[in-house]
Design a protein around this ligand. Structure first.
Ligand SMILES: NC(=O)c1ccc[n+]([C@@H]2O[C@H](COP(=O)([O-])OP(=O)(O)OC[C@H]3O[C@@H](n4cnc5c(N)ncnc54)[C@H](O)[C@@H]3O)[C@@H](O)[C@H]2O)c1
Length: 446
């Protein structure tokens, strides 16, 4: 099949590439000329394990095309994915500006039947909105596609994406389920043709109505975020009563009704999806006079949890002026350079507000993006290695969990640091081992 995708960034470069990998011809359209030029030169502007090789191969073999020309993209295919960003606006709602532009552009240029597929995470009712925008554009130019009857000229489908950054390729190639909100048999057939090579007996392609499909994505993210805030609350309580949060999470997680994933106490959730989707769902609820009580609490707990590590540090070093604080890892999770809404950003801001003398930080892939945010901040130094960040540091804050450092060289750490204080926001190390080695070691849910 021929497929066009509008928006070629984190998720959609993965979507386009994986669709090409199973034999479709995919044209990726982006308004950012720089991104498209880089992709044509084989430079992948994001870090995602396994992606580079697939992009290069599919591009070379002619199944993956890149362009900034919207009309060419619309003429190219029947199936048109809108995969543009839906960042939070100033009121924490999903900003649908880019989705509206894509729907308008499709309505303006389409000359035959199209399926407009919303892949972005969009609030309930967006499919309906896109239908109206496309209809209006067709009406404006009196398109023959109207034929006196608006039915038949196009379909709008909701097809939310559930992949995770850093496992995006694997998640896309072997999805748990593919959800499509459709309104016609014709659209159902197109979606089936796109995804038939991904379907397995236990990994179905499921069809539902537009609204349910739109809500499924928000419900999934809100549920996972709630699990994280839930275990963080239990961790905070465990700290007070002296219980062991690792044991608690492990042993409740064995109950299949609960499940062990997303039950690790830490410094809360971040990233480009959970924070914005949780907030957007709360705001959409307000539009329908519905008050999401549990989801509001999830967000509230997370806000506190995100900077709790600084309180733990203050407990050990009450005056941070003239102190050097090391930070290991900056993205919201390992193996991604995406630092949107990462807790590290709030933590760095708070440390600067507390007059630390210096923050020395390292992350294998996210430092370039962080340096752009703190461009003129001379208190932040980004170092060449993990261990460089520790030289003369008074304390180390661990904000993510890179597996390579589960067995860190603690003798080296002890010689490099001024005071051996470690505050572990992800509970990655063995407390008995570190305490025995003489470290002051604090962890979440201690
Ligand atoms: N990042 C994730 O892990 C993830 C996972 C599942 C779903 N999602 C959802 O996917 C959507 C996109 O996420 P992202 O992280 O890839 O977004 P992004 O903001 O990183 O990328 C969007 C891309 O769209 C381009 N764009 C904007 N307007 C355009 C237009 N009119 N025509 C063509 N291109 C245009 C931008 O230049 C940018 O490259 C969001 O709704 C997000 O919630 C993200």
């Amino acid at each position: 099949m021929k497929i066009t995708i509008f928006g070629t960034w984190y998720v959609w470069l993965v979507t386009g590439t994986c669709l090409a990998e199973v034999g479709h011809e995919v044209m990726c359209i982006d308004i950012d000329q720089n991104k498209i030029d880089k992709l044509k030169e084989g430079i992948i502007p994001i870090y995602e394990p396994g992606l580079e090789e697939l992009v290069k191969r599919n591009y070379k073999e002619g199944r993956l095309l890149f362009s900034t020309d919207a009309k060419t993209g619309i003429d190219f295919a029947t199936a048109i994915f809108s995969a543009v960003g839906t960042p939070p606006d100033e009121n924490h709602r999903a900003d649908l500006r880019f989705v509206k532009i894509v729907a308008e552009t499709v309505g303006k240029h389409m000359d035959d039947y199209k399926v407009f597929i919303n892949k972005s995470t969009v609030p309930v009712g967006t499919g309906e909105m896109c239908k109206n925008i496309i209809k209006q554009e067709l009406e404006k130019r009196n398109s023959p596609l109207l034929g006196g009857d608006l039915e038949g000229g196009f379909d709008v489908v909701s097809n939310p994406e559930f992949l995770k950054e850093w496992a995006a390729v694997k998640d896309f190639m072997t999805p748990d389920r593919i959800v499509c909100g459709v309104e016609s048999e014709q659209a159902k057939k197109v979606m089936n043709d796109i995804y038939k090579s991904f379907i397995r007996a236990d990994k179905p392609l499921v069809f539902t109505d537009l609204k349910s499909s739109e809500i499924i994505k928000y419900a999934a993210n809100a549920f996972l975020a709630t699990k994280i805030s839930f275990i963080n609350e239990i961790a905070n309580f465990s700290e007070i009563v002296g219980a062991n949060i690792s044991d608690i999470s492990k042993w409740i997680g064995l109950d299949p009704r609960i499940g062990s994933k997303f039950l690790h106490a830490g410094i809360g959730y971040g990233g480009s999806c959970f924070p914005k989707d949780v907030q957007a769902l709360i705001e959409t609820g307000k539009d329908f006079n519905y008050d999401f009580k549990i989801i509001k609490a999830t967000e509230q707990v997370n806000k506190i949890q995100k900077v709790k590590i600084v309180d733990m540090l203050l407990d050990k070093i009450p005056d941070l002026s003239w102190k050097t604080i090391a930070i290991w890892w900056l993205a919201f999770k390992p193996k991604t350079d995406d630092i949107r809404d990462a807790p590290s950003l709030d933590i760095i801001e708070r440390l600067i507000g507390l007059w630390v003398s210096k923050i020395k930080a390292f992350d294998p892939v996210a430092m370039e993006n962080v340096s752009r945010i703190f461009e003129n901040q001379d208190k932040l130094t980004l170092t060449f290695t993990n261990y460089d960040a520790l030289k003369w540091a008074d304390a180390l804050l661990v904000l993510t969990e890179w597996d390579e450092f589960r067995n860190a060289d603690f003798d080296k750490i002890a010689t490099l640091m001024k005071w051996n204080i470690i505050i572990d926001g992800r509970n990655i190390w063995n407390k008995d081992d570190l305490l025995e080695r003489g470290f002051v070691y604090e962890w979440i849910g201690k």
